[in-house]
Design a protein around this ligand. Sequence first.
Ligand code: GDP
Length: 705
Amino acid sequence: FMILTKKLIEVRNILMSIDHNEALRLPSIVVIGSQSSGKTSVLEAIVGHEFLPKGSNMVTRRPIELTLIHTPKSKEEYGEFPQLGLGKIHDFKHIQQTLRDMNLAVPESECVSNKPIELRIYSPNVPDLTLIDLPGYIQVNNKNQPETLKEKIFELCEQYIKEPNIILAVCAADVDLANSEALKASRKVDPLGLRTIGVITKMDLVEPEVGATILRNSDYPLHLGYIGVVCKPPENLNVQKNITSALVRHEESFFRSNYVYSQRGIQVGVGTLRRKLMEVLEENMAKSLFSIVGAVQAELEEAKYQFKVQYNDRRITAESYVAETIDSIKHNFKDFAHSFGKPQVRHEVRTMLEQRVLDLCAELYWTDKRITDLAKSSRDDLYWQYKLDMCSAALTKSGIGRTSTQLVVDVLLANMERLASMEPLNNHPETSRKILNFTNEILRNKFHTTADQVENCVKPYKYEVECTEQEWAEGVKRSISLIEKEIDYCNKALQHLKTTVGQRKLRAAIKHVLDAEKEEVRRQARLKDDSSDDHPDALPSASTVTSPQLISANNIVESNDTVRLHVSPKLIEKAHEAIFLRDRAIILKYRLAALKSRQCKSPENKQYCPEAFLNMVAEKLTYTAVMFIQVELLTEFFFQFPREVDNKLVYDLDRKQILQFAKENPYIRKHLELQERKRKLGEVMDKLNYLVRRQRDIESTKAPT
Ligand code: GDP
């Protein structure tokens, strides 16, 4: 019978899940009244359950949008909070507690919030209705309530009592209607009382004649009239599970015992109130039907148009997006895996070891003042033999296992970080974090075994390194190319200095530094002469071999001179740099010549060609390290990663998480939301079209009579 209300309530709930657009609003019943006027009791009497929070301390702080859904075929009675997703709640005490918690979550300082709580109650014993419970009007503020509370409540109610809503103005019989805040508020927005129903509570507290006078509706007339109720069950019946029957019996006997209440034109009882509400709502729904059809139609057209223009009518699902994203992660990973194989690992490890060889040569050979004697030294000169052994040991015993493994792990991590921050993962920070976490985990698990394996296998080289003629020749070739590169680097750096400082300025500064050095050497010699008669050997030429210590020593001397000669410390620094580069280039050229000489053609003469020897050792270390890193680390990582993607990213996702993931991408979120909006509006439109046809049929059958 009330099919229109039922269907339109469904429509209303769908529309509410899309947005709170004013144009798409269907009427509901808004309950207003002063605190303690009996609002709560009336609502509970309509529902037939105690479910609203009670207490003196402002327990209703947010609007409660209550949807009652009549379920004639089911015995089940339960509530649902669609915003919370808690599922069906059969215990009404639990509903009451949840409402209390949600209300009290509004801080005392704000006291009221206009964010509604949605609650649906399904039961065979309720009519189809939408009711909105609002905070009660207050007379005076408590001392810990905000000053503005009275106005805030007033404004909140004002928002809800607008058209097309129906106003249920609750007034207590024992309070003069002239003072009713509810009636005052409703009269402002509905002066003729066309959509206001008066509910007079606590009829048991006034004399029947007084009560009847109020209900006769003459002092403050309302088109829809007043209904008197008694919503307080007798004390001894307080602990009833279902309060309806007790209430109804109590109320019925109350009104029956006073004959005035059975007079014509007087409406009493919760039952009457319920019927009235249903009728009025149905009537208003019917009135709203055509306007809502127009509004929904317009919204639907707009959504369709946008969907066409923005997405070319392409439908997507969160699931397909997740699948595509995972595919693309794996695809990017595969690309990277293809681009990072043995040759790339070899390149990384070799570059690192070559740098170490260069450092060792610089430290132990190129800064050695006796380096120019090397070629002429005898084969069993212990000094050079010892030096070569030291160099070789420094290279082989430097923890190649850990450093080479760490190096490759670092390169892998850097690349994984790159993958994690680019499309499509840039939209999914949480997933990126997960990926980096399990990348770390896999690599951590593999690190020690790989490092140990490498270290074990390079162990023999710590004692002896043998090589073939071929390997030696390779070493020579490599060292030549390395030194050539190094010379090139020195020249370029020198050239850069010249151009940035200015050639003449630099030359003058160099001269200044060298003069100061000579002066210092002479001074030292004089000091030595004074203290002993020994003649020192040929003075070391500080300019050909500049050890770092010497440079810093000069700096100190220089900074004193600077003041006198007006050469800035900055320039002095540049001069030292230039001297260093020039000297390094000279020695390197000298070493280059040695490496290219006949002496370096045979491994027998390794002592004379430390650069070639060390390069040969580095190459052997590289070969061994790469072999194990490839097997133990790379292959394992490339195998495990995609499996972890499946295990940790995909398999444990439920529907909600999939949707959440998809919506992390703002473009996809918009697309999904518009698609969903279009779908829901379409669904609403179908329901509305059916109702419009039905309504026309009803009117055409009425017409002839
Ligand atoms: P609200 O603050 O407007 O929600 O009012 P309540 O429903 O909490 O009622 C306030 C007080 O009035 C409570 O103590 C109720 O028991 C009492 N009350 C409500 N309805 C009636 C009624 O019809 N008769 C009597 N005697 N008391 C009632």
